[in-house]
Ligand binder design. Structure first.
Ligand code: GRF
Length: 194
C-alpha cells in the first residue's frame, strides 16, 4: 500500500510538482492525495488540479487564532486519511500541538544547509557570509523552526557573481531532486512499521 501524502503550500508549488511527478512512478511508495493552501491564488493549486489531486483552500485569515486554523488543517488531513504531511513552501509557522500530532510524519524543505540559516533570506545570508556553498535540506518538522532532524541534504557551489536570484534558482533545481528522494525514504520507513 502506498502512503497517502498531504502537501501544504502557499505559493508556486514547484516542489509540489516534483513530488507529483515522482509519485507517478509505479514503484514510488507515496501518492499525493491532498493539497492544502492557505492562499486561494497559489499556483500550486492549479498544478494539483491538473494532476487530478484533491485541493482545499484553508485561508489563515478566516480564523481568529492559529490554533483554530491548524485544527481545520488537521481535520482535513485526517478526513483524507493522510499518513505523511509535506510542507512545500508553506509560509505559516505551525504551533507545537499541530507539529506534535504529526511527529515523525511531517517533512519540510528548507533552502539552506541546515543548521545554517534557519528562517528567511537564506540565499542572501549565505552570499553575505562569503560561503563557498549553499544547498537545501529536507528535515522532519519539530516545534522549533527549521530545527528538526535532517533526512537528506544537497549542496551546490556558490559562484563568483552569484546573487540571491541566481543562487536560489540553482538551489531550487536540487530541491526538486532531494524532496522526492526524502519522501521516498520516509514512506518506505513508515510502510515497514505498519
Ligand atoms: C522553496 O525554496 C522551499 O525551499 C521553501 O519555499 C520555496 C517554495 O518554492 N521552503 P515552491 O513553491 O515549491 O516553488
Amino acid at each position: 500500500m502506498k502512503c497517502r501524502v498531504g502537501v501544504l503550500i502557499s505559493g508556486g508549488g514547484s516542489n509540489l510538482q516534483a513530488l507529483i511527478d515522482a509519485s507517478q512512478a509505479a514503484d514510488y511508495p507515496a501518492n499525493i492525495a491532498l493539497v492544502i493552501s492557505n492562499k486561494a491564488d497559489a499556483y500550486g493549486l492549479t498544478r494539483a488540479q491538473n494532476a487530478g489531486i484533491e485541493t482545499l483552500v484553508i485561508p489563515h485569515i478566516d480564523y481568529t487564532s492559529r490554533e483554530e486554523f491548524e485544527a481545520a488543517i488537521h481535520a482535513a488531513l485526517l478526513s483524507a486519511d493522510i499518513d505523511i504531511v509535506c510542507l512545500a513552501g508553506f509560509m505559516r509557522i505551525l504551533g507545537d500541538q499541530f507539529v506534535q500530532q504529526w511527529a515523525g510524519k511531517m517533512l519540510n524543505i528548507h533552502p539552506s544547509l541546515l543548521p545554517k540559516y534557519r528562517g528567511l533570506h537564506t540565499h542572501r545570508r549565505a552570499i553575505e557570509a562569503g560561503d563557498s556553498e549553499a544547498g537545501c535540506t529536507v528535515h522532519y518538522v519539530v516545534p522549533e523552526l527549521d530545527a528538526g532532524p535532517t533526512i537528506l541534504q544537497e549542496r551546490v557551489p556558490i559562484q563568483p557573481g552569484d546573487d540571491e536570484t541566481s543562487l536560489a534558482a540553482r538551489v531550487l533545481e536540487k530541491e526538486h531532486l532531494v524532496y522526492p528522494a526524502a519522501l521516498r525514504l520516509v514512506a518506505e520507513k513508515l510502510a515497514l512499521q505498519v
